[in-house]
Design a protein around this ligand. Structure first.
Ligand SMILES: [Ca+2]
Length: 378
């Protein structure tokens, strides 16, 4: 067995793969790669270990820094911290401030972080006139973590107005507690809650497991290992999840906008399209839309966004993503969840930890080393 502590999506101990792969290799992918849209990476600013970001009010982009600060990127540049929870989180393992999201009206900001005990925590702040109101802070959801890795941590509002929360399988390696397939734990899941419908939150009545007494009502989808970054296509509402693999296969999972939830993405019976350690493929397994192995293409997928900006027409509708370990920015052409073409966009974002979609659909690339770049036409 290949032993690699490669699950560290954040820890900067992994050697970068310097060689750019010319084609993406996957068992079920078209043999030919598409003509790559011509893009350039424009460095916009530098932050301290940026981990996540979100479009904010007035065309701004809000950036989360791993140690616990939030800063606003505007035409004036990156401002001083507007929030600082650095005394409440640590950056050991894969911990820290891991996600931020606004609701649709920019009335509330949500932050996702691990607290000093390592517990995954989602807190809410009211926002008025673009300013955080610290006195309104409340905790929405917590989940204890048995290990310091695979915390997930991404949070996004869906087109349905509900808050989706990604949680990893609890960590260690190989899913020792079998959390991916268990429906009585929030670990290894994508959750869907209504944070404004109750205290601390309400369960949407059409969540897939609300009538199952043996399953957690918050669960939207399961069988995930470390869904580090996910997004909704701003054009179609489809869901795309970058699920970090164990040793061999990195994958992108997909669900249509009209999904009723309940998808089983297979972990830890499956890693990508392949049985994991003698696992049996679940009957309801939803295989990845895309997978790639570790032969020079990286070791930790960083999910991105379907491009819906105006600046690069040739990229419109393509799913842009990367890998923490090799940094190549890649794009998939997809139709109804099937990959119809793949390309390497010919630019490298460094240790790509996250993408951010700005208010006009423009995409930013976050390098954990500090650089924030925008994907522009070449
Ligand atoms: Ca899977």
């Amino acid at each position: 067995m290949k032993v690699r502590t490669r699950s560290s999506a954040i820890i900067g101990t992994l050697a970068l793969v310097a060689s750019l792969a010319l084609t993406t290799a996957s068992a079920d992918e078209p043999a030919t790669t598409q003509q790559a849209p011509k893009v350039a990476l424009t460095k916009v600013t530098t932050a301290a270990n940026p981990t996540a970001g979100t479009a904010g009010p007035g065309g701004s982009v809000w950036i989360a820094e791993r140690a616990g600060t939030v800063r606003v990127l505007s035409k004036q540049g990156l401002g001083a911290p507007v929030l600082d929870i650095s005394k409440e989180t640590t950056t050991d393992g894969e911990r820290g401030l891991l996600g931020i999201a606004f609701d649709k009206k920019f009335a509330h900001l949500y932050i996702s972080f691990t607290n000093l005990e390592g517990t995954s925590t989602v807190d809410e702040f009211a926002v008025r006139n673009g300013k955080i109101r610290p006195e309104t802070r409340r905790t929405v959801l917590t989940q204890t973590q048995p290990y310091s890795n695979h915390n997930g941590g991404d949070i996004k509002f869906g087109p349905d107005g509900y808050l989706y929360i990604a949680l990893g399988d609890g960590g260690s390696g190989g899913d020792p507690h079998g959390n991916g397939q268990k429906l009585d734990t929030l670990l290894g899941k994508l959750l869907r809650i209504d944070p404004s419908g109750g205290k601390p939150y309400a369960i949407p009545e059409d969540n897939p497991f609300v009538d199952d007494p043996n399953a957690k009502d918050e669960i939207w989808a399961y069988g995930l290992r470390n869904p580090w970054r996910f997004s909704f296509d701003a054009g179609t509402g489809d869901l795309l999840i970058g699920d970090v693999g164990q040793s061999n296969w990195e994958e992108i999972d997909w669900a249509p906008a009209d999904s009723k939830g309940g998808e089983n993405y297979g972990w830890s019976q499956m890693e990508g399209n392949h049985p994991f350690r003698g696992g049996t493929e679940p009957a309801n397994h939803v295989p990845p839309a895309h997978e790639y192995d570790r032969s020079g293409l990286g070791c930790s997928v960083t999910g991105g966004y379907v491009y819906r900006g105006k600046a690069i027409p040739a990229l419109k509708g393509q799913y842009v993503f990367s890998d923490y370990c090799d940094g190549t920015i890649r794009a998939l052409q997809m139709k109804d969840g099937k990959v119809t073409g793949a390309s390497d966009l010919g630019v490298n974002g460094g240790e790509v930890i996250s993408f951010v979609q700005g208010g006009k659909g423009e995409l930013y690339v976050l390098d954990i080393g500090g650089s924030i770049s925008r994907i522009d036409p070449a």
